[in-house]
Design a protein around this ligand. Structure first.
Ligand SMILES: Cc1cc2nc3c(=O)[nH]c(=O)nc-3n(C[C@H](O)[C@H](O)[C@H](O)COP(=O)(O)O)c2cc1C
Length: 733
């Protein structure tokens, strides 16, 4: 709902908003320019009478004096029948320069106010401003929900490049844009009579008829009591008309001044709506507040960027919108319900549904929010859902748990949950886990155990589909890789072997083909870093296997560290690969797994082949920031990976400390034991702003987390808190 409230009006006002924003940004320059030319005396330094006196001494034919909100004073005068206008220095009453309002700014102002279309244009601009208010508010609330609450608003962003750009620009500019949109809406509403009249009315014209000569303007009492800072306009009486008087407008109100006695003849104070209008006008235009004009201008420039990135996000969502697959609810034997916000989970669900239908099942595929009270022929239910916020439901599953609560107790289908999430979030697959628990509490039997998929890992999805197949008597192996990457050949340059015969490990170095390594979009490679991923397609498979890179593009090679798994299609292929032979591969950036820039210390923790990217980070530590490595292997004689590299880095201080733990030696122990033994040192490093990066298998990562929670407890800290600050990063497989 919030997203629709954001995106639909957003798309409608997109073009309008760009025109209004660019013209607004140009107009914002005006107060700044004006302020730079104006000479503004300090408040209470000069009265209107003194100013008028100075001006008249230089321009005896003065007819009108105006003060703009920026503080510029302009005198209009006539001299021997010809009229002129000058910008005045109030300190001397002399001209600074002839006054010529810019035609260009006037044109831009017309465009901004009415799109050059008169009242119809003004109406359209007013509606666009109101829609912009809705877009800003809905966008802000949507962002708060996605980020998991107001206090997480400033947290690092997730999502595609367009999503991150859109959110980042929105986050910085939303307050300014809301101010512009709300004030613009108010001004339009006032103009069209939807709000009380805000104009300042002059009092009735007084009757005077003097024969006596007029007093010098500098002596007029009523003008002596008005500070220049309050002046808006002073109109002089006609020289030969004994009934004419001075007309005065100030920030306080409007009135007339007797040119002979200097008395204030009548005065209307500024009504409240007019005062409010003036303030809102100032907030909208920045007139008189040059610094606000600068902020408003910068904010307005965010709009074209927001419109473009917003349209890109919308288009991508549309393209990946779910297609209807399968049978009706009443007819299906297998129900797949999907919880998704960015639509990628639908892609996985459709691939699964298609495979199950090909296998002869009758599948009903729908959103989790459409959970119904009965599925007459169903024999199983598969729930596939993403997680947002801090463990919250995605859009298409927001009402699922409530619906489930109200469901009749007699419906109990064998079910399984497949969660899609991202381990960088404290509540990894939090919503999928809630769904799994809720169904278990209702007494539904489990079809197969739940599985949690990190960052849309197609390999884990494929493995899970095979397990699901076994439970349904089908031979399933579903491949789905969101954004099918463009692969390219890479040649194996050399290999080093480690490990024991039952579990060999090898370090492989590939050379990108002559045209360079390509990234996931198929473009020529941008530089890659250690910690990025290489996706390798083993022959005969459509599902890429991902390995963390231990090198960066500067090294000219893509280096990985692989353990051979029993029956593993890709690792077996890589084990047999000989130098000179090629693989089909692509690079996938993994910017979430990198040491931060700056001098904060880094604790690197890994086991087995997890050393790959960690060794890469150490090799690149030219700045010599403190890096502490904790690594677990099996046996130092067979699988001490990167021993030489690490020794060299210790010598030249790229690595501060190397702590190893070997499990298959006498008194063997694991890396988490090594951490516990070093508890006080680790507390110190983390207290000094240290960051922790963990790479390796899931079990090891779980053990490390438990150990660190114990270590950090005296600091009243835990891994979740570090993770929330972006100081605990994992690359786990
Ligand atoms: C703003 C945002 C918040 C997220 N919050 C979480 C979270 O709390 N826990 C989690 O495991 N994954 C989280 N994720 C990751 C998504 O659940 C994951 O990318 C999922 O595959 C998206 O599926 P979808 O495209 O179908 O919505 C978040 C992603 C974004 C963009």
């Amino acid at each position: 709902m919030l997203r629709k409230l954001h995106s639909i009006p957003g798309l409608i006002v997109g073009i309008f908003a760009i025109v209004l924003a660019i013209s607004g940004a140009i107009m914002a320059i005006h107060p700044v320019l004006e302020r730079s030319q104006a000479v503004v005396p300090a408040a209470s330094e000069l009265s209107v009478a003194q100013l008028a006196d100075r001006i008249v001494s230089h321009y005896p034919g003065t007819e009108q004096i105006k003060r703009t909100p920026s503080g510029s004073v302009i005198a209009y005068y006539s001299n021997d029948g010809s009229a002129g206008a000058v910008l005045i220095n109030p300190n001397t009453g002399k001209a600074i320069a002839p006054y010529e309002p810019s035609r260009f700014f006037r044109w831009v102002k017309d465009l901004h106010r009415s799109l050059m279309l008169g009242d119809a244009g003004r109406g359209a601009v007013g509606i666009a401003a109101a829609l912009m208010t809705v877009v800003c508010l809905a966008g802000l609330l949507f962002l708060v929900r996605r980020q998991g609450g107001w206090r997480n608003l400033a947290k690092p962003l997730k999502g595609t490049l367009a999503q991150r750009l859109h959110t980042q620009i929105g986050r910085v500019t939303v307050v300014i844009l809301l101010l512009s949109a709300l004030s613009g809406t108010y001004m339009s509403a006032t103009r069209f009579g939807l709000l009380p009249d805000a104009s300042l009315k002059e009092p009735p014209f007084p009757t005077v008829n003097h024969d006596a000569p007029r007093a010098p303007v500098g002596d007029l009492k009523a003008l002596r009591s008005v500070d220049l800072a309050q002046l808006e306009e002073l109109v002089f009486p006609f020289p030969d008309d004994p009934q004419d008087v001075y007309s005065l407008r100030t920030s306080r109100g409007a009135g007339f001044v007797d040119p002979v006695t200097g008395a204030l003849l009548s005065f209307t104070p500024r009504p409240v709506p007019s005062g409010i209008y003036g303030l809102i006008y100032q907030l909208h235009t920045g007139e008189g507040l040059w610094w606000l004009a600068v902020i408003l201008g910068i904010g307005a420039l965010g709009i074209p960027a927001l419109s473009m990135t917003g349209t890109a996000i919308w288009w991508r969502r549309r393209r990946s919108a779910p297609k209807s697959v399968g049978h009706s609810r009443d007819d299906a034997d297998t129900v797949i319900l999907v919880g998704s916000e960015g639509n990628t989970t639908w892609g996985f669900a459709e691939a699964l549904a298609t495979a199950l239908i090909d296998g002869g099942l009758r599948v009903h595929l729908a959103a989790m929010n459409s959970l119904a009270g009965s599925y007459p022929k169903a024999r199983r239910m598969i729930l596939m859902t993403a997680t947002y916020g801090e463990g919250d439901a995605p859009a298409s599953a927001s009402g699922f748990l409530d619906r489930l609560e109200r469901m009749p107790d007699d419906l109990k289908l064998p079910y399984t949950v497949l969660g899609f999430g991202d381990r960088q979030f404290p509540a990894f697959c939090g919503f999928a886990k809630d769904v799994d628990h809720a169904l278990a509490r209702k007494g539904w039997p489990r079809l197969i155990a739940a599985e949690w998929i990190d960052r849309k890992n197609s390999q884990v999805f494929n493995r899970w589909s095979r397990r699901l197949g076994e439970s349904t008597g089908l031979k399933l192996s579903v491949n789905h890789t969101p954004e099918r990457p463009a692969t390219q050949p890479m040649t194996l340059l050399d290999r080093e072997s480690y490990g024991e015969p039952d579990s060999p490990i090898f370090v492989l170095r590939f050379r990108p083909s002559a045209s360079g390594i390509k990234n996931t979009r198929g473009a020529e490679t941008r530089p890659f870093e250690a910690g990025d991923l290489i996706g390798i397609l083993p022959p005969g498979s459509e599902t890429p296997r991902f390995y963390s890179l231990a090198s960066s593009s500067e090294d000219g090679v893509a280096e990985i560290c692989v353990r051979k798994h029993q029956g593993g299609l890709c690792s077996t292929h890589l084990q047999q690969l000989q130098p000179g032979e090629e693989i089909d591969a692509f690079i996938q950036p993994n910017p979430d797994f990198r040491p931060t820039t700056g001098g904060s210390p880094v604790v690197l923790i890994g086991a087995g082949t997890g050393i790959g990217p960690l060794a890469g980070f150490i090799r690149k530590n030219g700045a010599r920031k403190p890096m502490y490595l904790y690594w677990g292997g099996r046996n130092p004689n067979s699988d001490f990976l990167y021993r030489d590299v690490l020794t060299r880095c210790l010598e030249d201080k790229r690595l501060s400390e190397l702590n190893t733990a070997f499990s298959r030696v006498e008194q063997g122990h694991y890396v988490q034991d090594r951490l516990l033994a070093d508890a006080s040192r680790l507390r110190q490093v983390i207290n000094n702003g240290g960051q922790v990066l963990v790479c390796g298998g899931r079990e090891m990562a779980q053990g490390v987390m438990t150990a660190l929670d114990e270590i950090l407890a005296p600091l009243k800290l835990d891994v979740s808190a570090l993770r929330a600050e972006g100081r605990y990063l994992e690359d786990v497989y």
